[in-house]
Write a protein that binds this ligand. Sequence first.
Ligand SMILES: C[S@@+](CC[C@H](N)C(=O)[O-])C[C@H]1O[C@@H](n2cnc3c(N)ncnc32)[C@H](O)[C@@H]1O
Length: 249
Amino acid sequence: MSRALTFGTRADAYDRLRPAPAPEALDHVVPTDARRVADLAAGTGLVTRAVLARAGAPAVVAVEPDPRMLARLAATTPAALPVRGLAEAIPLATGSLDAVLASSAWHWFDPPVATAEIARVLRPGGVLGLLWSRADPTVDWVAEVRGIGRAAADGSARLSRRGFDIELPAGHGFVDELPDAVTVRWTRSMSRDDVAGMVCTYSGVLELPVADQDAVFRGARDHLDRAFPDSDSPLVVPFETVVRRWTRS
Ligand SMILES: C[S@@+](CC[C@H](N)C(=O)[O-])C[C@H]1O[C@@H](n2cnc3c(N)ncnc32)[C@H](O)[C@@H]1O
Protein backbone atom coordinates (compact mmCIF):
# COMPACT_ATOMS: atom_id res chain seq x y z
CA MET A 1 0.00 0.00 0.00
CA SER A 2 1.32 3.44 -0.81
CA ARG A 3 1.98 5.59 2.20
CA ALA A 4 -0.50 8.21 0.95
CA LEU A 5 -3.27 5.66 1.44
CA THR A 6 -2.42 4.55 4.99
CA PHE A 7 -4.92 6.91 6.64
CA GLY A 8 -7.86 4.78 5.57
CA THR A 9 -6.62 1.89 7.73
CA ARG A 10 -7.77 3.94 10.73
CA ALA A 11 -10.36 6.23 9.19
CA ASP A 12 -12.57 6.30 12.30
CA ALA A 13 -9.69 7.20 14.63
CA TYR A 14 -8.46 9.78 12.11
CA ASP A 15 -11.87 11.43 12.01
CA ARG A 16 -12.31 11.42 15.78
CA LEU A 17 -8.83 12.49 16.81
CA ARG A 18 -7.32 14.74 14.13
CA PRO A 19 -8.21 18.45 14.33
CA ALA A 20 -10.67 20.28 12.13
CA PRO A 21 -9.43 23.72 11.03
CA ALA A 22 -10.06 26.74 13.23
CA PRO A 23 -13.23 28.38 11.84
CA GLU A 24 -11.44 31.79 11.58
CA ALA A 25 -8.80 30.20 9.38
CA LEU A 26 -11.47 29.45 6.78
CA ASP A 27 -12.31 33.18 6.59
CA HIS A 28 -9.05 33.56 4.63
CA VAL A 29 -9.82 30.94 1.99
CA VAL A 30 -13.62 30.65 1.58
CA PRO A 31 -14.88 33.70 -0.35
CA THR A 32 -18.07 35.09 1.21
CA ASP A 33 -19.86 34.79 -2.15
CA ALA A 34 -18.58 31.28 -2.94
CA ARG A 35 -21.27 28.93 -4.26
CA ARG A 36 -19.25 25.81 -5.01
CA VAL A 37 -16.04 24.75 -3.28
CA ALA A 38 -13.95 21.58 -3.50
CA ASP A 39 -12.23 20.03 -0.49
CA LEU A 40 -9.37 18.23 -2.24
CA ALA A 41 -7.91 15.22 -0.39
CA ALA A 42 -10.93 15.61 1.84
CA GLY A 43 -10.11 12.59 3.99
CA THR A 44 -12.95 11.95 6.42
CA GLY A 45 -14.39 15.43 5.90
CA LEU A 46 -12.94 17.51 8.73
CA VAL A 47 -12.61 20.55 6.46
CA THR A 48 -15.75 19.76 4.47
CA ARG A 49 -17.83 19.86 7.66
CA ALA A 50 -16.18 23.07 8.83
CA VAL A 51 -17.02 24.77 5.52
CA LEU A 52 -20.59 23.47 5.56
CA ALA A 53 -21.03 24.84 9.10
CA ARG A 54 -20.40 28.40 7.93
CA ALA A 55 -23.24 30.88 7.53
CA GLY A 56 -24.37 30.91 3.89
CA ALA A 57 -22.22 27.87 3.21
CA PRO A 58 -21.40 26.96 -0.39
CA ALA A 59 -21.93 23.48 -1.82
CA VAL A 60 -18.86 21.38 -1.00
CA VAL A 61 -17.55 18.68 -3.31
CA ALA A 62 -15.30 16.37 -1.29
CA VAL A 63 -12.65 14.81 -3.56
CA GLU A 64 -10.75 11.89 -2.00
CA PRO A 65 -8.99 8.83 -3.50
CA ASP A 66 -9.28 6.44 -0.54
CA PRO A 67 -12.70 4.74 -0.45
CA ARG A 68 -12.40 4.03 3.30
CA MET A 69 -11.91 7.74 4.06
CA LEU A 70 -14.67 8.67 1.64
CA ALA A 71 -17.07 6.17 3.25
CA ARG A 72 -16.50 7.74 6.64
CA LEU A 73 -17.04 11.19 5.10
CA ALA A 74 -20.27 10.10 3.43
CA ALA A 75 -21.57 8.62 6.71
CA THR A 76 -20.84 11.69 8.83
CA THR A 77 -21.36 14.47 6.29
CA PRO A 78 -24.53 13.83 4.28
CA ALA A 79 -24.63 17.44 3.03
CA ALA A 80 -21.33 16.98 1.16
CA LEU A 81 -20.98 15.80 -2.43
CA PRO A 82 -18.41 12.98 -2.16
CA VAL A 83 -16.39 12.16 -5.27
CA ARG A 84 -13.57 9.65 -5.65
CA GLY A 85 -10.59 11.30 -7.31
CA LEU A 86 -7.03 12.54 -7.19
CA ALA A 87 -5.57 16.03 -7.10
CA GLU A 88 -3.75 15.11 -10.31
CA ALA A 89 -7.01 14.16 -12.09
CA ILE A 90 -9.86 16.10 -10.51
CA PRO A 91 -13.16 14.67 -11.79
CA LEU A 92 -14.88 18.08 -11.99
CA ALA A 93 -15.71 20.43 -14.85
CA THR A 94 -13.40 23.19 -16.04
CA GLY A 95 -14.06 26.55 -14.36
CA SER A 96 -16.73 25.06 -12.08
CA LEU A 97 -15.39 26.07 -8.64
CA ASP A 98 -15.06 29.29 -6.64
CA ALA A 99 -12.44 27.79 -4.35
CA VAL A 100 -10.31 24.68 -3.93
CA LEU A 101 -9.12 23.82 -0.42
CA ALA A 102 -6.54 21.21 0.50
CA SER A 103 -5.72 20.55 4.14
CA SER A 104 -2.64 18.68 5.37
CA ALA A 105 -2.35 17.22 1.88
CA TRP A 106 -0.14 19.27 -0.45
CA HIS A 107 2.90 17.09 0.31
CA TRP A 108 1.01 14.10 -1.08
CA PHE A 109 0.42 15.75 -4.46
CA ASP A 110 2.54 15.92 -7.60
CA PRO A 111 2.77 19.75 -7.59
CA PRO A 112 3.08 20.48 -11.34
CA VAL A 113 0.20 18.17 -12.29
CA ALA A 114 -2.04 19.11 -9.34
CA THR A 115 -1.45 22.85 -9.88
CA ALA A 116 -2.51 22.56 -13.53
CA GLU A 117 -5.63 20.61 -12.52
CA ILE A 118 -6.56 23.08 -9.78
CA ALA A 119 -6.12 25.97 -12.24
CA ARG A 120 -8.40 24.12 -14.68
CA VAL A 121 -11.30 23.55 -12.26
CA LEU A 122 -11.19 27.05 -10.71
CA ARG A 123 -13.04 29.93 -12.33
CA PRO A 124 -10.98 33.07 -13.02
CA GLY A 125 -10.64 34.89 -9.68
CA GLY A 126 -11.13 31.62 -7.80
CA VAL A 127 -9.13 30.83 -4.67
CA LEU A 128 -6.72 28.03 -3.84
CA GLY A 129 -6.40 27.66 -0.08
CA LEU A 130 -3.85 25.35 1.51
CA LEU A 131 -4.25 24.60 5.19
CA TRP A 132 -2.45 22.59 7.83
CA SER A 133 -3.98 21.88 11.23
CA ARG A 134 -1.97 20.16 13.94
CA ALA A 135 -1.06 20.20 17.61
CA ASP A 136 1.33 23.13 18.06
CA PRO A 137 4.87 21.71 17.75
CA THR A 138 6.43 24.79 19.35
CA VAL A 139 5.05 23.59 22.71
CA ASP A 140 7.61 21.25 24.29
CA TRP A 141 5.34 18.44 25.45
CA VAL A 142 3.55 18.36 22.07
CA ALA A 143 6.87 18.12 20.21
CA GLU A 144 8.03 15.37 22.59
CA VAL A 145 4.92 13.24 22.23
CA ARG A 146 4.85 13.62 18.42
CA GLY A 147 8.56 12.83 18.44
CA ILE A 148 7.78 9.36 19.82
CA GLY A 149 5.80 8.63 16.65
CA ARG A 150 8.44 10.19 14.42
CA ALA A 151 11.24 8.22 16.04
CA ALA A 152 9.37 4.95 15.47
CA ALA A 153 8.73 6.01 11.86
CA ASP A 154 12.42 6.81 11.40
CA GLY A 155 11.85 10.55 11.34
CA SER A 156 10.14 10.50 7.99
CA ALA A 157 6.76 11.82 9.16
CA ARG A 158 8.29 15.18 9.94
CA LEU A 159 6.54 18.30 8.65
CA SER A 160 8.65 21.31 9.58
CA ARG A 161 7.55 24.91 9.17
CA ARG A 162 9.46 24.82 5.89
CA GLY A 163 6.61 22.62 4.69
CA PHE A 164 4.49 25.76 4.37
CA ASP A 165 7.04 27.52 2.09
CA ILE A 166 5.31 26.48 -1.09
CA GLU A 167 5.89 28.12 -4.42
CA LEU A 168 3.35 27.03 -7.01
CA PRO A 169 4.75 26.10 -10.41
CA ALA A 170 4.65 29.14 -12.72
CA GLY A 171 2.44 29.48 -15.75
CA HIS A 172 -0.98 28.78 -14.22
CA GLY A 173 -1.90 32.34 -13.28
CA PHE A 174 -1.79 31.94 -9.50
CA VAL A 175 -1.08 35.07 -7.46
CA ASP A 176 0.29 34.43 -3.97
CA GLU A 177 -1.89 36.38 -1.53
CA LEU A 178 -0.47 35.16 1.78
CA PRO A 179 3.24 34.42 1.23
CA ASP A 180 3.95 34.65 4.97
CA ALA A 181 0.99 32.41 5.87
CA VAL A 182 -1.57 33.13 8.57
CA THR A 183 -1.46 31.06 11.75
CA VAL A 184 -4.55 30.71 13.94
CA ARG A 185 -4.06 29.12 17.36
CA TRP A 186 -6.66 27.49 19.57
CA THR A 187 -6.97 24.79 22.22
CA ARG A 188 -9.01 21.62 22.55
CA SER A 189 -9.57 19.46 25.61
CA MET A 190 -8.56 15.83 25.01
CA SER A 191 -8.05 12.74 27.15
CA ARG A 192 -4.54 11.31 27.41
CA ASP A 193 -5.64 8.25 25.47
CA ASP A 194 -6.92 10.48 22.68
CA VAL A 195 -3.70 12.50 22.50
CA ALA A 196 -1.70 9.27 22.28
CA GLY A 197 -4.18 7.96 19.70
CA MET A 198 -3.78 11.13 17.63
CA VAL A 199 -0.01 10.54 17.47
CA CYS A 200 -0.84 7.19 15.87
CA THR A 201 -2.87 8.75 13.02
CA TYR A 202 0.19 10.00 11.11
CA SER A 203 1.28 8.06 8.05
CA GLY A 204 4.73 7.21 9.36
CA VAL A 205 3.12 5.40 12.30
CA LEU A 206 0.22 3.97 10.29
CA GLU A 207 2.55 2.11 7.98
CA LEU A 208 4.24 0.31 10.89
CA PRO A 209 3.19 -3.21 11.92
CA VAL A 210 0.26 -3.09 14.36
CA ALA A 211 2.46 -4.19 17.30
CA ASP A 212 4.78 -1.22 16.63
CA GLN A 213 1.79 1.14 16.38
CA ASP A 214 0.66 -0.17 19.78
CA ALA A 215 4.15 0.50 21.16
CA VAL A 216 3.97 4.10 19.91
CA PHE A 217 0.61 4.48 21.64
CA ARG A 218 1.98 3.11 24.93
CA GLY A 219 5.13 5.23 24.66
CA ALA A 220 3.10 8.38 24.04
CA ARG A 221 0.69 7.53 26.86
CA ASP A 222 3.54 6.91 29.33
CA HIS A 223 5.22 10.13 28.26
CA LEU A 224 2.04 12.09 28.98
CA ASP A 225 1.81 10.55 32.45
CA ARG A 226 5.40 11.59 33.14
CA ALA A 227 4.84 15.11 31.74
CA PHE A 228 1.60 15.60 33.70
CA PRO A 229 2.01 13.46 36.85
CA ASP A 230 -0.48 15.28 39.04
CA SER A 231 -3.82 14.49 37.55
CA ASP A 232 -5.69 12.30 35.13
CA SER A 233 -7.92 15.15 34.00
CA PRO A 234 -8.20 16.02 30.29
CA LEU A 235 -5.29 17.87 28.72
CA VAL A 236 -5.68 21.30 27.17
CA VAL A 237 -3.97 20.68 23.84
CA PRO A 238 -2.66 23.70 21.88
CA PHE A 239 -3.39 23.53 18.14
CA GLU A 240 -2.59 25.68 15.13
CA THR A 241 -4.06 26.07 11.68
CA VAL A 242 -1.68 27.53 9.10
CA VAL A 243 -3.21 29.03 5.93
CA ARG A 244 -1.82 29.99 2.53
CA ARG A 245 -3.96 31.50 -0.27
CA TRP A 246 -3.54 32.06 -4.00
CA THR A 247 -5.97 33.66 -6.44
CA ARG A 248 -6.24 32.41 -10.00
CA SER A 249 -6.08 35.27 -12.49
C1 LIG B 1 -3.43 13.79 6.14
S1 LIG B 1 -4.86 13.34 5.24
C2 LIG B 1 -5.74 14.92 5.20
C3 LIG B 1 -7.23 14.72 5.13
C4 LIG B 1 -8.05 15.99 5.31
N1 LIG B 1 -7.77 16.96 4.26
C5 LIG B 1 -7.80 16.59 6.67
O1 LIG B 1 -7.35 17.74 6.75
O2 LIG B 1 -8.09 15.91 7.66
C6 LIG B 1 -4.28 13.22 3.59
C7 LIG B 1 -5.35 12.78 2.63
O3 LIG B 1 -4.85 12.94 1.31
C8 LIG B 1 -5.35 11.89 0.52
N2 LIG B 1 -4.49 11.82 -0.67
C9 LIG B 1 -3.28 11.22 -0.77
N3 LIG B 1 -2.78 11.39 -2.01
C10 LIG B 1 -3.68 12.12 -2.70
C11 LIG B 1 -3.74 12.65 -4.03
N4 LIG B 1 -2.73 12.45 -4.89
N5 LIG B 1 -4.83 13.34 -4.41
C12 LIG B 1 -5.84 13.56 -3.54
N6 LIG B 1 -5.84 13.10 -2.26
C13 LIG B 1 -4.77 12.40 -1.85
C14 LIG B 1 -5.29 10.69 1.44
O4 LIG B 1 -6.11 9.63 1.02
C15 LIG B 1 -5.75 11.32 2.76
O5 LIG B 1 -7.15 11.21 2.92
